[in-house]
Design a protein around this ligand. Structure first.
Ligand SMILES: Cc1cc2nc3c(=O)[nH]c(=O)nc-3n(C[C@H](O)[C@H](O)[C@H](O)COP(=O)(O)OP(=O)(O)OC[C@H]3O[C@@H](n4cnc5c(N)ncnc54)[C@H](O)[C@@H]3O)c2cc1C
Length: 393
């Protein structure tokens, strides 16, 4: 809390606690906020979620540190941290959190023109304008700079044609931040960063069904799509540096400690029973649960240490290691959850399974994606080896 005096911090904490308790709809307590982030229909068909979004947007606490002219509250990081802690304490979540706040917003603040910031940031700050990320292509995943989506300068507009894939929420998004090729003779040096209105003529988003049963992402086709000249972020052919920065923001948000973690122990007692000493009656599961909980605690301690040591300037290469640690913790946890449920942990459909059991199976399958999206596990290790440990290539 270096930026805040102890007394000021305490008084702000009390203010935040009182406001959040009075305004957070109790029906959303411990709701899996990730669903609301990735599934717009689920979010917007829930009146309490809409009310919560409206209240947080009016309070400007969804992006507390952004300047007021961009829709934020102009508060410090320390204030933002207190809001996050008080939200977590009541089982709440930030309804403004979206790809806009996690990825595009911070990137636009660094690289966008004043006009672009004023046009887009206030709508991100209220979560009214949903964004999707058009980076990956059928031939460009880990080797993202191989992307081929063509963007031609037509004088008064850009003309975009090509295909993106794995584009999360593209069928529900209003806008897309995309990487496009403006120079075929250079690899990284021929990429530009473009903002594309998803309502533009010539865009088709086709949902892909996942192993978990949901349709989280799409393939997106751009067929001669006209994009205004002013939608280019930064300079032409300078998009690679902007993309790398955005990916750091993405990885930082994916290893966000505020992501929900409900305790496993009460469930383990319920499903596995209790031994004579009052412990979970399965020594192997018990010890693996303890190991997972210890890794989680160690992770939280590391995140706070890094935050204390961090100089200003946002996330650095350390986020790659954190993302891998976090994915491992979440994946092990999802595995432990279905294991402790026994046969019920394989629930998919039917009245023999509770909602929680069916959800646990889906969450376990979905957890496999954690070490793929935002850059795979191996790629994060490569970045850590090269940039943090400075090992030879
Ligand atoms: C749920 C989900 C949501 C996603 N959402 C989006 C989105 O919204 N927008 C978007 O643009 N993309 C999105 N992605 C795509 C994601 O970024 C890519 O899947 C990821 O970057 C990996 O690319 P790939 O699938 O082409 O795998 P590949 O690059 O083909 O990799 C296959 C395997 O090879 C390994 N590998 C590749 N190169 C190396 C190397 N140099 N060293 C060591 N190992 C290597 C990888 O680690 C991986 O295990 C999403 C993916 C998932 C699963």
């Amino acid at each position: 809390m270096a930026e805040l005096e102890e007394m000021e911090a305490q008084s702000f904490r009390e203010e935040a606690r009182a406001w959040l308790r009075a305004n957070f709809p109790p029906s959303l307590t411990n709701a899996p906020s990730i669903h609301f982030v990735s599934d717009r229909h689920a979010a917007e068909s829930n009146p309490d979620w809409c009310l919560w979004r409206e209240r947080m947007a009016a309070k400007r606490w969804g992006v507390p540190t952004w300047e007021p002219r961009y829709g934020g509250a102009g508060l410090t990081q320390a204030h933002g941290k207190i809001i996050g802690q008080e939200l977590a304490a009541i089982g709440g979540f930030n309804p403004i959190r979206s790809y806009g706040t996690m990825m595009l917003g911070p990137t636009l603040l660094e690289y966008g023109s004043e006009e672009q910031k004023r046009e887009h940031l206030p709508f991100i700050a209220t979560n009214e304008r949903r964004w999707c990320q058009g980076f990956s292509e059928p031939g460009a995943g880990s080797d993202l700079a191989s992307l081929q989506t063509k963007c031609i300068d037509m004088g008064d507009h850009w003309l975009v044609s090509g295909q993106k894939i794995w584009t999360s929420g593209a069928d529900q998004a209003d806008w897309c931040f995309a990487l496009v090729r403006t120079d075929a003779s250079r690899k990284q040096g021929g990429i530009s960063f473009l903002l594309i209105d998803m309502k533009s003529e010539g865009i088709e988003a086709r949902p892909i069904v996942l192993i978990s049963g949901s349709t989280h992402f799409c393939e997106v086709f751009f067929n001669d799509v006209k994009v205004p000249k002013g939608n280019l972020v930064g300079e032409v052919n300078q998009g690679w540096a902007i993309a790398k920065r955005l990916l750091q923001y993405e990885r930082d948000s994916l290893s966000d400690v505020k992501a929900e973690i409900t305790p496993l122990a009460p469930l383990a007692h319920q499903y596995c029973g209790t031994d004579v000493l009052g412990r979970i009656d399965n020594p192997d599961l018990r010890s693996r649960m303890v190991r997972n909980a210890m890794r989680h605690e160690a992770y939280l301690a590391t995140v706070s240490r890094l935050a204390r040591e961090a100089k200003s300037g946002g996330p650095g290469y350390g986020v790659s290691a954190l993302k891998n640690l976090w994915s491992g913790i979440i994946q092990d946890r999802a595995e432990l959850l279905i294991e402790l449920m026994g046969a019920s942990g394989l629930g998919w459909s039917g009245e023999h399974y509770t909602d929680a059991e069916r959800e646990a199976t889906r969450a376990w399958l979905h957890s496999k994606a954690f070490s793929i999206y935002g850059g795979s596990y191996e790629i994060q290790n490569n970045i850590t080896a090269k940039r943090t440990l400075e090992l030879p290539a």
